[in-house]
Design a protein around this ligand. Structure first.
Ligand SMILES: NC(=O)c1ccc[n+]([C@@H]2O[C@H](COP(=O)([O-])OP(=O)(O)OC[C@H]3O[C@@H](n4cnc5c(N)ncnc54)[C@H](OP(=O)(O)O)[C@@H]3O)[C@@H](O)[C@H]2O)c1
Length: 223
């Protein structure tokens, strides 16, 4: 539980009655929640993540429905949640139970379990959305290399892994040369470049090097 007393943030493990849970039409017994960067900011109070105190952090979770007044979900359903302001303005996943709106939930994909989906976590899900955008733009593996920036980070490494497994030639931009072997051997990228290369000012009429990019860093590269 995260609280703010006289301007100071305070995080503690506290026992709560179920009646203290916020309003919602589905109550879930939580099996797993991932620790996201946002959760770290919320717990340490280093970023303005929590918008309502007291707050249970945890921007995602997976678990089992124990009570539902919404016909879309029934007791025993295996569900997951990511986002929707949960852990920021609605009590989140770092707890035994959560009560949420049914529209924020999704059934676990077939063949997965709560641990697996939370191992992928919100970072992995974000990476999937990035890769989906590349696919939706009609970019095919044979079209040429795809750049991933922030490649040793959470979203970047997941995006690079998925792209490589789909057969794309992935060029990883990183500021951490010590991660180059891991990026090549475990993530499966074809080439590793120094992120400093992308911060240098561009020149007019430069040659196109990549057919697509998953840019998890987002700063303007051209000088
Ligand atoms: N994680 C999520 O669930 C999530 C969800 C939605 C959106 N996002 C957004 O996606 C972006 C990446 O998030 P993340 O979770 O992957 O963060 P992360 O794990 O901290 O990775 C970010 C990566 O950016 C690179 N980087 C750090 N400082 C840099 C600098 N000064 N210049 C250039 N590159 C730098 C580093 O990669 P290298 O060392 O390899 O260069 C770092 O690992 C953020 O903007 C975040 O808000 C994240």
């Amino acid at each position: 539980m995260q609280s703010k007393v006289e301007g100071n943030y305070h995080a503690a493990l506290v026992a709560q009655e179920e009646s203290a849970l916020p309003e919602g039409d589905v109550t879930v017994a939580i099996d797993y929640s991932s620790i996201n960067y946002k959760d770290a900011l919320a717990i340490t109070g280093r970023g303005p993540i929590v918008r309502k105190f007291p707050m249970v952090p945890g921007i995602d979770f997976a678990g089992t429905v124990i009570e539902s007044i919404n016909p879309e979900y029934k007791t025993g359903d295996k569900v997951l949640l990511t986002g929707w302001g949960v852990g920021e303005k609605h009590w989140g996943g770092l707890a035994g139970k959560a009560r949420v709106s049914a529209e924020w939930l999704a059934l676990l994909p077939q063949g997965s379990d709560a641990r697996h989906v939370m191992a992928i976590g919100t970072a992995g899900f974000t990476a999937m959305l990035c890769v989906e955008a590349v696919l939706n733009h009609g970019v095919k593996p044979e079209d040429g290399p795809v750049l991933v920036t922030g490649a040793s980070g959470g979203v970047g490494s997941c995006a690079a892994l998925i792209l490589a497994q789909l057969g794309y030639q992935v060029v990883a931009s990183t500021g951490r040369p010590a991660e180059a072997d891991w990026l090549r051997n475990d993530v499966g990228v074809s080439e590793v470049i120094d992120r400093a290369e992308l911060s240098a000012p561009g020149k007019p009429l430069q040659k196109e090097r990549w057919v697509a990019a998953v840019d998890t860093v987002g700063k303007p590269y051209a000088g």
